[in-house]
Structures are given as C-alpha cells and as structure tokens.
Design a protein around this ligand. Sequence first.
Ligand code: ATP
Ligand code: MG
Length: 476
Amino acid sequence: MASIPELDHLKIPLEDIKLATNNFSDSNFIGQGGFGRVYKGQLPLSAFAASTTTSRSTNPTARPATIAVKRLDVKGGQGQHEFLMEIAMLSSYKHDNLVSLVGFSEEGDEKIIVYEHEVRGSLDKYLATDLTWVQRLQICLGAARGLNYLHDGVGEGHRVLHRDIKSSNILLDENWEAKVSDFGLSKIGPTNQEFTFLVTTAAGTFGYVDPIYITTGVLTKESDVYSFGVVLFEVLCGRLAMIGKYEDERRFLAHLARLRYEEGKLDEIIIPSIRKQIKPNSLQTFSRIAYQCLKLERKQRPTMATIMEQLQISLEFQISCRRITRIGLWGSSTGGSPWSFQLDGSHKLRKITLDHEDWIYSIGFTTEDLSGLFNSSQQHGGGGGRSGGQISEINFDADEDITGILGTVGVTTGRYRGYIVISSLCFRTNKQSFGPFGKETGDRFSVPWDVGSFAGFYGRAGFYLDGLGCYLKATM
Ligand SMILES: Nc1ncnc2c1ncn2[C@@H]1O[C@H](COP(=O)(O)OP(=O)(O)OP(=O)(O)O)[C@@H](O)[C@H]1O
Ligand SMILES: [Mg+2]
C-alpha cells in the first residue's frame, strides 16, 4: 500500500476516531458525498494534542476539538490516490479560507480523513435562507480568497486546481467565514507554461462543470472559475446549480442565469429576500463578474484575483451609503474574521475607542442617534483592554467631522511576528488632529475624506485564543 512517511505525524489511531464518533453511529452522521459518509465527533484531548497543528499548539488549554470524519468508501485500493492526495494537499497548503486538516487514519480497510468541524456546515444548505446580501457577499469573498490562494498563492511554479467547486464544498464556520474543502480530486499543475492544462478523466459535479472540460477532458484554472461563477449565481438566486424536477430552462442555473443576464432580466431570478436589499451598483458589479465566469470561451473568463477585487467592490457599494465615496484598502485583506461598522444615516459618530500598543489591537465606535441616545459597537479586533495595550478614546464634538485618516501598515514582530496589521492610526477632523495611536512603522497610507463624509469601516480581525497577542488586521 502506498504511503507518505512525512504525513506520519498526522496519523490518528482508529480507536480514537471510533471513540469520537460513537463507533460511526447514525446520530453522529452529518452527510454523504462522493467520497463516503461524514460524521461529526469529539476527539479526545490526548488524540488531539498528538495530531495538533501549529496554530493549535499556541493554545494548550483548547477543549477537545469537534471534528468532521470522512470515512472513505473503499473497495480494494479504490480511492487510495485521492485519499493521500487530499491529505498531502491539506497538510501543505494553509489559508484562513481553506478547511483545516486535523489528521487521518489508515488502519485495516479503513481510510479516514479528519477535518476541523465547521459548525454551520456547507453553503448549499443556506442558499434559500434569509442570509442577507452582505453576508452572502462576504461568504463569496472568503471562498474567492481560498480559491485564489490555490491558484496563485501556493508557491512559485505551482498551482492547485480544485476541480470540484460547488456550494457543498464551501463550508462555513461560526462567523460565516467560508472554508473551501475537498481537494481530493485536485492536481498540482505547473504555472510556468503558457497554457497550463491537465488531461484527466472527467470529474466534478453536474451543473457546475466547465462545458469545455466535459467535451475535451482538458482542465485549466478557468474550469474552477466557471464552477465558481455557478456558485456566485447560486448565492444570488438562492437555489442550487441543478434542479432535477424542472424540465425547462430553469433546470440548469448556469444556462438560466446567462439567458436572463443577456436579456437584462436577472431581477426575475434573484431570491426575493435580497432583491429588496441589494443596491443597484452592488448587483451590477456582482452579476457582471459572475456572468464573465460563465463565458464559454475560456480566455474571456476572469482570474480569481479579478473576481476577488470585483466582489470587494460589490461589497463596498452595498455597505456604503450615499454620502461617501469609495475608499481603498489598507492592511491585510486576508486572515482573521471580517467585521464591519456602518454609520446609520441619522446617526453621528461621537467616539472612537482604540486599543493599541505596537499596533492597533482593536477599534470600537460610539454613535449618537437623533434622540440623543449613545450606542457603542463591539470592539472589533482583539484585546479590549485585556491585551496589555493602551486604551485611547477620541471624542468628537457634535459638529466635528472626520476629514482624513492617516496611518501605517506594518508587520508584527516579537512572539506573534509576521502578520500584516494596521500599526498606527491618526484621525483628522475639521477642528483638530488625533494621534498617532500605535507605533508608526511600515508603509504610510492616507485616506482623504474631503470628497464625502465618514460612513463606516470594514476590516478583518484575528487574535490568538490565549488572550495575549491580540491584533487587528484592518482593511479601511
Ligand atoms: N469539515 C466539515 N464540517 C462540517 N460539515 C462537513 C464537513 N465536511 C463535510 N461536511 C458536511 O457533510 C456533507 C457531505 O460532505 P462531502 O464532502 O462528503 O460531500 P459533498 O460535498 O456533497 O460531495 P463531494 O463528495 O463531491 O465533495 C457536506 O455537504 C457537509 O454538509
Ligand atoms: Mg464535499
């Protein structure tokens, strides 16, 4: 039996997995896919400590992890290749938007992959729910980042083609952060050739597969882009890629969406709950890029980097209000969890609370409404005073407006080194200047506000669970 010795440290005894899943009991069963059955379980602490990944090891007090156990349906050696492939893949490529591998087991006839359990399950189950447009956009953006990493971020001269992008392979954690899963069918392709392609037997899932791949058997990164486009329309329309009971043009969403887009009647197929909230420029940006993903000519399909950029713009259009102009991105746009703060049109920003030391740990906002009531947002980021940082409050007068934000983007040092964060911030108003808060290191940025007034922030925040190295990765 083929094996990969470098993966030995990820091996988990079958006995521990049986204990964790009540011996694969029906009450632990959560789903069935092409690979086999999936079970939820609680891994005993001892087993978890032995197979832990580095990010986990910074948190020795972690409770036993909740895991998702994928039990491979094997007959003879079938699936062996995909099995080792997925483990090798997951153990070497790490990104906040890829599902985390806990370990694997290979004893007797059993082949099992153990993942971190993503509490909300897969995106397909939420397509027809009342998830807001902003939540939907953030999920798409996360998934796009994960896929972009596979295509362009895994290292010089390599790229990973996913080959089975669909909503059931996009998992969601408790913060609705997207985690791309299932690279079992993927292959590593060279990027240093003008035309990267792999010839394989057709794989993937009906309704999502690039039509060119079906006819030629040639797979490129544009095939993933096509499938991702189908997912974007699933999210917009609140339905699956294929609905078997329809005998007409509604059967395949890719076909239907392309038709309606070209007729200028996309509105007709958008899920009603979001049709009311979606802003026209947000919809226009989103649907244009989704439509381009479905182009039959591969050369006309966008890259994942472009898709990410356009989804970001679509999100900005949605969360900004009439009074502001679009601003740029500073700091890190990956890692941590997304957050946003929006100033209601009738509210006035009265206070910003910053927790900072060598970089900005967290940021919070206090607003005043028309009746004079003050409302404070949560502190976005980590710490909140417990991180040993300094708390600074910036109080604005009722007639004071932000006219500019300046700051620096740096890289963390010390124990938690290597993270791109907002290292300092400085606020200018029509009356005075506040700051700098934090430590001015790294690249400077400035956001002039003379063209509009402040309406909100959005960003990403991450922190270590042991409460020490809290940091804010903000995109402002
Ligand atoms: N890590 C996980 N955390 C939470 N739920 C999961 C996890 N992995 C899988 N699931 C759930 O189990 C179901 C089955 O997953 P599985 O990947 O086996 O099938 P699939 O995605 O529907 O099809 P395919 O086999 O083509 O990937 C998923 O739809 C998902 O809801
Ligand atoms: Mg899957």
